[in-house]
Design a protein around this ligand. Structure first.
Ligand code: SAH
Length: 368
């Protein structure tokens, strides 16, 4: 029998800990919580056999809560300017090779109109940390989309801002906010963000967003250089504590124009383990099957749907700018028109045995 160890996928002899891992997985499904030691035991000892069980359990929880539907969100990358220096990210401010762009209000409204006609009812506006979008401009953009399309949800993913700013944007009509915590391990967080945002501010921002009333999305990368199973356990414990409504989990993909160049990227299996465990911790969480997974492996997004994910975020950014939002390299779908992306992903979803749900798709606690 082939046994896969999460940290390095090395092949080892069968482990006699198998029974304990299985029991812990059943316990997690029932109680939605494990201790630090128990999570670590799972990550340190999971083999192919328990990985299969984990995916089955996560799939059944997903099915209980969402049937076989997959929510669709239209992603609009509004700017690749960024004032931050995150070591892993291709659009970090010091990467001089990036061809910078930003969309003005009209272009964003046009994207939203196009998306609306394609059936989307959630728009995700994502950007680097770009001061050009002050509160006044962003509130105007958010309220204009809401005015044009009152039956839609707006998700922002534009980094750390003050609580006052988050409040203004919420009052203007934003419903959800994606701000991945990136890593809940302070050591790892500091290592990948040496000269930019602080760990404490990132975490505080997430609590501020919760306080205001947003549906909040945390999330992290898997396979970051120096990341250990202990670090990943921190992520799981943090999710147990924060209980975010959404959680973006993707593999770290090494970008050659960053200080982390030359490192190994995260793997599909590592990421699927974390997606599936997250589904067991947060049964109602809106869990995207990330583009990074689709970039890593041709069927990565389909695998994630089968391991508990229930959201996909097709790209609706104008095609002429797509390739410039290069947070990691070889990103898929950079050349496809919005309508093509919509059809392509729907075919993949159907082929995997799921159906597309074009509804607004709020979290259960927010009327979903
Ligand atoms: N400025 C926003 C959006 C960042 S881009 C913010 O700070 O939240 C969205 C996500 O892409 C990031 O949160 C990060 O988790 C992910 N990302 C960035 N670079 C990556 C890389 N090289 N590999 C995989 N994911 C990456």
């Amino acid at each position: 029998m082939i046994v896969i160890i999460l940290s390095n996928l090395e092949i080892k002899n069968p482990s006699k800990e198998s029974e304990k891992v299985k029991n812990l997985l059943y316990f997690l499904k029932k109680n939605k919580t494990l201790s630090k030691e128990e999570f670590l035991f799972v990550l340190d000892n999971i083999t192919q056999e328990e990985f299969k069980l984990l995916r089955e359990l996560a799939y059944s929880v997903r099915e209980e809560n969402f049937g076989n539907s997959v929510y669709m969100r239209a992603l609009i990358e509004i700017s690749n300017y960024c004032s931050q220096g995150c070591k892993y990210c291709g659009i970090r401010r010091n990467n001089k090779l990036v061809d910078r762009y930003r969309l003005d209000k009209d272009s964003i409204l046009n994207c939203a109109n196009e998306g609306y006609l394609l059936g989307y009812r959630t728009f995700v506006l994502q950007a680097g940390e770009d001061k050009y979008y002050n509160d006044e401009l962003l509130c105007d953009i958010v309220s204009s989309i809401k005015k044009n399309h009152p039956d839609t949800a707006i998700t922002l993913s534009i980094g750390e801002r003050t609580k006052e700013s988050y409040q203004k944007l919420f009052d203007a009509g934003a419903n959800r906010y994606l701000l991945r915590h990136e890593s809940a391990s302070r050591r790892l967080y500091d290592y990948i963000h040496p000269d930019s945002s602080s760990y404490d501010n990132r975490i505080k921002s997430l609590y501020n967003l919760k306080d205001i009333g947003y549906q909040v999305g945390a999330g992290f990368m898997v396979g970051l250089p120096t990341q250990t199973n202990e670090d990943l356990v921190e992520d799981l414990l943090f999710l147990q504590k924060l209980k975010p409504e959404m959680c973006g989990i993707g593999p770290y993909l090494c970008h050659s124009e960053t200080p982390l160049k030359g490192n190994v990227s995260g793997t599909l299996n590592q990421t699927l383990v974390m997606v599936a465990l997250t589904r067991l911790i947060l049964p109602n969480c809106l869990l995207p099957s990330t583009t990074a997974l689709g970039t890593l492996s041709n069927t990565g997004r389909e695998e994630a749907l089968k391991a508990g994910a229930n959201v996909v975020m097709p790209n609706l950014s104008p095609v002429e700018h797509r390739v410039k939002y290069e947070i990691y390299q070889h990103k898929i779908c950079t050349g496809d028109e919005a309508a093509h992306c919509r059809n392509c992903i729907e075919n993949r979803i159907n082929f995997t045995g799921f159906v597309v749900d074009m509804g607004i798709g709020h979290h259960k606690n927010f009327g979903g």
